[in-house]
Ligand binder design. Structure first.
Ligand SMILES: *Cc1c(COP(=O)(O)O)cnc(C)c1O
Ligand code: SF4
Length: 338
């Protein structure tokens, strides 16, 4: 154990704290508008939706008061245009349902599998391509993961397991520890990867226990965060990132989605990359929006995206330019657009 993880700098006082912050998340669009001082008359809300509002307070606190177009608010506010039909926008744009090896174990790309560890998220992003995912059927506990774990153990071509969801860090530390221990038993799993937005949304999630269990995994761990805008990366997030890295075997990466009205400007993208690096995080992917129904107001045409990334390349060091990618069904890797 490194001493660093015992430093007093953990933002979350106890593991119960982040769970309390999930419980007290805002689940009503009108309350959300009240919290940020925006009049309901200034926006046009969707009348009904199967994808509820969910926004924890630490994330809401980073929104600009009185601004109906705030880029953080826009990511979570259910707007009327979600319910308008749009051609080409469908329920399962990346055709994931074809790729399941066992319930909850997805494989699209050689060498790595994606384990759906929970259907829950710490935030509901309106542009999410999994917003219609049949999570009810996803395994949620160790005995339900056993089939997937056995599949991994029996296939030595799998060198990397990606914990995804939903958000795997919604699981409490004991569950995660048990899962990591099972994966650690499988020799050919050389790397663990965790796809999570939780350290961004609720940085208090990065508890000492979490850092210790990552460290105990004792093989390289990649944590791929999901942040879209520099203002998401406040000093609490920076501290949470620094604590994650203190495990010693953890590399932090970020994936973002190119979103109209959120990060579709050169300045924003540049500041985002720079701020990520200040937090010890390298930009990994910038995703072209997957065309899930209800997300049409977020789409930035690919031609415009290409132009933005080209300009970004001309203004930042190469390691701060994310790869602009798109998920195209049936391919063996994500398609690099630039
Ligand atoms: C994106 C994705 C991965 C990871 O791909 P990388 O290019 O290695 O980041 C793995 N499995 C699935 C199903 C994915 O969608
Ligand atoms: S955190 Fe990720 S999986 Fe969850 S709603 Fe947002 S984009 Fe979707």
């Amino acid at each position: 154990m490194q001493i660093l993880v015992n430093s007093p700098s953990f933002v979350g006082a106890s593991s119960g704290h982040w769970q309390e912050l999930l419980r007290t998340a805002i689940r009503d669009p009108i309350r959300l508008l009240e919290a940020v001082g925006v009049s309901p008359a200034a926006v046009s809300l969707v009348e009904s939706t199967d994808f509820p509002t969910f926004a924890p307070l630490p994330f809401v606190e980073r929104m600009e008061r009185g601004n109906p177009d705030d880029p953080l608010l826009r990511q979570v506010l259910p707007q009327r245009c979600e319910s308008e039909p749009a051609t080409g926008f469908v329920a399962d744009p990346v055709a994931e349902h074809h790729a399941f090896r066992t319930p909850g174990l997805l494989q699209k790309y050689p060498g790595r599998v994606l384990l759906i560890t929970t259907g829950a998220c710490a935030i509901n992003c309106r542009y999410c391509f999994r917003r219609n995912f049949p999570y009810e059927s996803a395994p949620k506990s160790l005995d339900q993961w056993l089939e997937g774990l056995k599949e991994i153990a029996d296939d030595s071509s799998i060198s990397e397991v990606i914990l995804s969801g939903g958000d795997p860090l919604v699981l409490v530390d004991d569950r995660l520890r048990a899962l990591a221990a099972q994966l650690h038993h499988i020799r050919h799993v050389e790397r663990l990867r965790i796809h999570t937005r939780l350290p961004i949304v609720i940085p208090q999630r990065v508890t000492r226990e979490l850092v210790e269990l990552l460290q105990d995994f004792s093989r390289p761990v990649a944590i791929v965060l999901h942040s879209n805008h520099p203002r998401e990366l406040d000093d609490h997030v920076r501290l949470a990132c620094s604590n994650l890295r203190s495990a010693g075997n953890v590399t932090l990466l970020n994936q973002a989605v190119l979103l109209r009205g959120v990060n579709d400007r050169l300045d924003t993208l540049r500041q985002h990359s720079e701020r990520l690096f200040e937090c010890g995080v390298l930009p990994y992917y910038l995703h072209q929006l997957d065309r899930v129904s209800g997300s049409q107001h977020f789409e930035v045409p690919q031609a415009e995206g290409l132009q933005l990334v080209e300009q970004l390349r001309n203004s930042l060091p190469g390691y701060l330019v994310p790869r602009y990618v798109q998920e195209i069904p049936e391919r063996l890797a994500k398609t690099i657009l630039l």
